[in-house]
Design a binder for this molecule. Structure first.
Ligand code: MEV
Length: 307
């Protein structure tokens, strides 16, 4: 039995979404595949499940309460530590394979379980990455339910309502710094700032407003305005302490051939996303600045059983 799940690209709202602000995310055509087969003991790619790099797989195995041990094999096209949702994709694909072997595969259940795993592994988090990997396509996260609600996830005093969002057909250029940064400490850093500094809390709210304006701009194909909002979002995230000089360098390299560019995901390293209709030029500029660059497209398929 095998299942796959997509990586993700946050267009607007990372970090602010942890505080319940809106965020916009799309699944991308870089997927993680997980194969499972009954075996005499638990194995991950032939090794022990306890190795730190399999913590998402182990978390998913514990959550799925699999009765018999399995040999688990992980293949991920999503680069890890790049802000593109590789751990969420691996967690969701593992849950998909384990649920698939036992029968059905229900994306809302997998989204909830994967969020719990991510919370246990990473610490404080929002369900944006895991729900996007489970649902595929574009998702808008809001505090209140509206039309096109997919599911709601609650934790402590927070509630996230995950909605289907419709975006025009767009491609995005990713610039990966190659610097891997763990999400948990970055989320904790922003929480600390917000608790200590009311200006940081204002920035988080501004990011929430930018998300809704950015979605509207993308939907009416006003790429100039969407790009401006991306640039402002990047500045706010940097002010919140999750930037990196290499992210600034890649953003600066991408902007002359783009409508806008910003860090995507947790920051501190990881990747930028550029909105451009000259992708070859943007890819070239990011590479010349020392980043890895590639084009991604939205992927409408969420967690999927493999034949
Ligand atoms: C990470 O991809 C997105 C963050 O907002 C964390 C989260 O929502 O769990 C930084």
């Amino acid at each position: 039995m095998a299942a796959s799940a997509p990586g993700k690209l946050i267009l607007f709202g990372e970090h602010a979404v942890v505080f319940g602000e809106p965020a916009l995310c799309t699944a991308i055509n870089l997927r993680a595949e997980v194969f499972v087969r009954p075996y005499k003991e638990w194995r991950a790619d032939g090794g022990a499940l306890d190795e730190p790099r399999y913590r998402d797989v182990k978390g998913a195995v514990e959550k799925a309460k699999a009765r018999a041990p399995m040999w688990v094999e992980v293949r991920a096209m999503v680069p890890s530590g790049a802000g593109l949702g590789s751990s969420a994709a691996v967690t969701v694909a593992t849950l998909g394979a384990l649920h698939g072997i036992a029968g059905g595969l229900d994306p809302p259940t997998i989204a909830r379980e994967a969020f719990e795993v991510e919370h246990e592994v990473q610490g404080r988090a929002s369900p944006i990455d895991t729900s996007t990997a489970a649902a595929g396509g574009a998702l808008l996260v809001l505090r209140e339910p509206r039309e096109d609600l997919l599911w709601t996830i609650e934790r402590d005093t927070r509630r996230w309502c995950l909605h289907r969002a419709r975006l025009p057909d767009l491609e995005f250029v990713i610039g990966n710094t190659g610097i891997s940064a763990a999400t948990g400490p970055l989320v904790a850093k922003v929480k600390d700032r917000v608790e200590r500094d009311p200006r940081a809390a204002d920035m988080v709210r501004e990011i929430g407003r930018i998300t809704l304006e950015g979605l509207a701009a993308l939907q009416r194909r006003d790429l100039v305005q969407a790009g401006r909002l991306m640039d402002r979002d990047h500045a706010l995230l940097t002010e919140l302490g999750v930037g990196h000089e290499m992210l600034d360098r890649l953003v600066a390299a991408a902007r002359p051939s783009s409508y806008g560019a910003k860090l995507t995901g947790a920051g501190g390293g990881g990747s930028i996303v550029a909105l451009t209709d000259r992708p070859d030029e943007t890819v070239g500029a990011i590479r010349a600045a020392g980043g890895k660059a590639f084009v991604v497209r939205p992927d409408s398929a969420g967690v999927t059983k493999q034949p």
